[in-house]
Ligand binder design. Structure first.
Ligand SMILES: [Zn+2]
Length: 385
């Protein structure tokens, strides 16, 4: 799975204190290049691979006292999720609400494109329990504040206990930097120990519903064989509508390959509103894997809003090393038009020095995601999606 080798995902909304700096629409955020790596704009990246081999848990490691989840599975009209704590930090009431909202949004979005699902619960559970053999058919939401390495490599791991169908499960998720959330595929973590799919958040910060949905986007990508990540990797360029709208001879790349010196980028244009980083970009990393999770996040929310259909059409999604693929039709949209939805927007930030933002980047991204997601569900229709 080439798209999965990058690892792992964290996500904290990073405030950008340099919103007045010169804007580069192709860069991830509105900040002068010299500021991009300062601590104020730093993002927490954990590059260790969640698909790694089985681990050996160091014996006699002092484990925290587990707190059993209050949620237990109910067969009908319930999302198959379990919330649990490592015994040190629990989900706050706000965070529990964020999980509920995030899972609901994902279920609603899945239900809109699933031909088999009967409601949002059914849609969520069909997808999120796909392909499991030994791991429990749940998505575990694990809250922790751990600095302990249970695997002995020095990186913080998170251990917890939960009950499923009357069975007590002990799990360890590895290498979660303090201060981030990280998404995990189901796997046999240690011999005979099957971790369920999980979102693990480690440290003292408040997790938003948008971070939850972003992480669920990673899990969706893992489940579907990294189809989304692989689709936007490998020199792919998504172009804006700028050629048709403004008479430019070159379409402007809003996502993908830019040049040998700038091998992959995603413009912040269209990810949200305003000139600060929006909740709809949870990761500033310029890599397909993180673009995938943010694309999923935006697709979920915009799909669940009325009158949010993309207004561009005939998107060329084939892979090409040199030419941005712009929408071939449907770019002639009267602007500004109403954008009463959450998720991908189109903002004119020309006054902030980003003259290409009126190339409908949000429309293009949403049209791309809509096409991709429908294709992924169609390819899995035989297994009940
Ligand atoms: Zn991520």
């Amino acid at each position: 799975m080439p798209g999965a080798t990058g690892g792992v995902r964290k996500h904290i909304y990073v405030a950008n204190a340099a919103a007045t700096a010169p804007a580069d629409a192709r860069k991830n955020y509105w900040v002068a290049p010299a500021l991009a790596v300062t601590s104020a704009n730093q993002f927490n990246v954990d590059a260790r691979n969640p698909f790694g081999a089985q681990r050996t848990i160091v014996p006699n490691t002092p484990a925290p006292t587990p707190i059993y989840p209050t949620a237990t599975l109910v067969p009908a009209n319930t999302f198959n999720i379990v919330r649990v704590s490592d015994g040190i930090r629990t989900w706050s009431p706000n965070e529990e609400f964020s999980i509920s909202l995030g899972v609901l949004q994902v279920g609603l979005a899945f239900d809109k494109i699933s031909l088999n699902a009967t409601n949002q619960y059914d849609a969520f559970n069909r997808v999120m329990t796909t392909g499991l053999t030994n791991a429990d058919p749940i998505t575990l939401f694990l809250r922790a504040n751990s600095a302990i390495s249970f695997t002995g490599d020095g990186f913080p791991d998170v251990a917890a206990t939960y009950i499923y169908n009357g069975q007590t499960r002990n799990v360890v998720y590895d290498d979660i930097t303090n201060g981030v959330c990280k998404a995990f595929a189901a796997k046999e973590f240690a011999l005979g120990q099957y971790n369920p799919r999980a979102v693990v958040c480690n440290g003292i910060f408040e997790v938003s519903e948008y971070a939850i949905v972003h992480e669920l986007g990673h899990i969706f990508d893992y489940i579907s064989g990294s189809v989304l990540t692989n689709g936007i990797a490998s020199n792919f360029q998504l172009g804006s509508c700028i050629t048709l709208i403004e008479g430019s001879t070159t379409s402007y790349t809003i996502m993908g390959y830019v040049s040998p010196a700038n091998p992959w980028a995603r413009g912040r244009r269209g990810w949200g509103s305003g000139s600060a980083i929006s909740p709809f970009q949870q990761s500033p990393e310029n890599i397909p894997l993180e673009a995938t999770a943010d694309m999923f996040l935006n697709w979920v929310y915009r799909s669940n809003n009325n009158n949010s259909e993309p207004k561009v059409s005939s998107l060329n999604t084939s892979i090409s090393p040199s030419t941005p693929h712009s929408p071939q039709n449907g770019c002639d949209v009267v602007k500004p038009f109403d954008q009463n939805w959450l998720g991908f927007l189109n903002q004119d930030w020309s006054a902030q020095g980003a003259p290409f933002d009126n190339g409908l980047p949000g429309e293009t991204r949403h049209a791309y995601m809509k096409e991709r997601m429908i294709a992924i569900f169609s390819s899995n229709i035989s297994i009940g999606w």
